[in-house]
Design a protein around this ligand. Sequence first.
Ligand code: HC1
Length: 583
Amino acid sequence: FLSVTIDDKRYSFPQGSKILDACLSVGIKIPTLCYLKDVSTNASCGICLVEVKGAKHLVRSCITSLIPDMEIKTNTERIRKNRRINLELLMANHPLSCLTCDRNLNCELQNLAHDLGIQESRFPATRKKRLPLDETSPAIVRDPNKCILCNRCIEVCASVQGVSAIDITHRGTESRVSTFMDKGLGNIACTNCGQCLLVCPTGSITQKTQTQEVWSMLSDPNLVTLVQTAPAVRVALGEELGMEEGSLVTGKMVSALRHLGFSKVFDTQFAADLTIMEEGYELLKRMKEQGVLPMITSCSPGWIKYIEHFYPELLAHLSTCKSPQQMFGSIAKTYYAKKAGIDPKIIRVVSIMPCTAKKFEAKREEVDGAYRYWKEENKEYAEPFFPDVDIALTTRELGAMCREGGIDFSSLPVEMFDSPLGESTGAATLFGSTGGVMEAALRTLSEVVSKKPLVDVNFTEIRGMEGLREAKVALGETEIQVAVAHTLKNARVLLEQIKQGTSPYTFIEIMTCPGGCIGGGGQSIPSDAAAREKRSKSLYREDVRLEIRKSHENPEIQQLYKEFLLEPLGPLSHRLLHTGYVV
Ligand code: HC1
């Protein structure tokens, strides 16, 4: 530890601390637009200036380490003036279109301009031309005109995801964030994870908004519009609508969706339980028949795009199961359509997801299970083409629809999902947090193999926020090793082991985003480690509260197999619930 003085008060901090971290830890707020705790200190914005006794110039607190007996001032006229100048310089090229910006009222640049009392930017714009939007991605839109070159997106893409899809291009006043050869996010190795837009301090990176398309569906009397909601949405939608971080709002969310006009409100968690059945039996089959191991989970679409781009030679390790989002779409437009007597062509499936990559997943060419099914069963039902899932909205987009629809969220009653695709288990709830898919699978696998009830359903050794976790688990007489990774940078470690032939694992779960889906690119902003932790805890509490905690005990899943699919991995499951991958 070392002692320093900040604003005339003595403190002690661990050796090596930066001024900014030290100040924040004792409640002294220093503004910054580029710093990202535990990810990046690229010192590009010049806002976090402080005075250090003996130093000729103001210093950037995010990159300056404490030294013993340092005397620091964080709030003087000189500091305030220089922070204002630097902010005005950043604003000089920034369009003042706040009212129509996706991040209006939730923009760090806007908030800081307000906090620093900026009335106008005194500096002329240096950028002469308006730059074109990058709308090439099905999930993410970039507006380089709103970029303040803080580098956060670049840092997250490189150091959290290990992808480096974007970087600074051009020089001087022409500098901008762009993709390889300006090809656009849709034409490069971007995984659509949306971590860049979560950390963007302005509205320069946003999701591709599709709320108007959904409003049109809802007002069309000739359509039956179903909605499914992902596990991680129920612990983040409340934040988006003014409630505490991590509030569990399942019942209010169901009620809000009915108010908005959806014909039926169903649960992606039903399909998560279905995934466990299919994936669990797939693993057992591979183990029995010396198939390709380790098998890796396949529900996180950013991860699928990552392995397709960077490790195509390992694709045989992926489970062939579609994600729960896509399984839901296939089942809704076949089993449910039949049961409810609805022509599948008039059914629309909207997903509410914590994830931007789900927009991409819904548009993949191979997600046409229901269409192909009807083509073979009853051609009249099959034309024109329809996808399994029509539109995937993010948690933020649902929040926007609730606001636009005049819904007073906190006073809504608690309502239940519709049946028969609305029942789910504690295991399915855990899908939303890193390690959850693995835990859900192990609960079912243990019982299926041993044919005995599990004494303890909690696989605590694979829980937590460590980037890589592993455990040894008994499946009957056999012991297997399993691993869990979240973020693509951590995924790479496990993939390299497989490539070298040194992987000791039988089964691996990989989730694209920090913390799993609770930290997805579609979640409420801010989505930092503290918010993720609260969302995750909320899901684990819900698992304990639920009466049924194992996927194979979900009565609606049992009914689905009895009435329609007949058995896991059966011919119909293969047609509707499994897929292949693009090299
Ligand atoms: Fe996920 Fe999944 S857990 S991928 O993160 O398998 O997005 O929440 O819906 O599909 O169930 C996301 C979450 C989600 C799927 C499920």
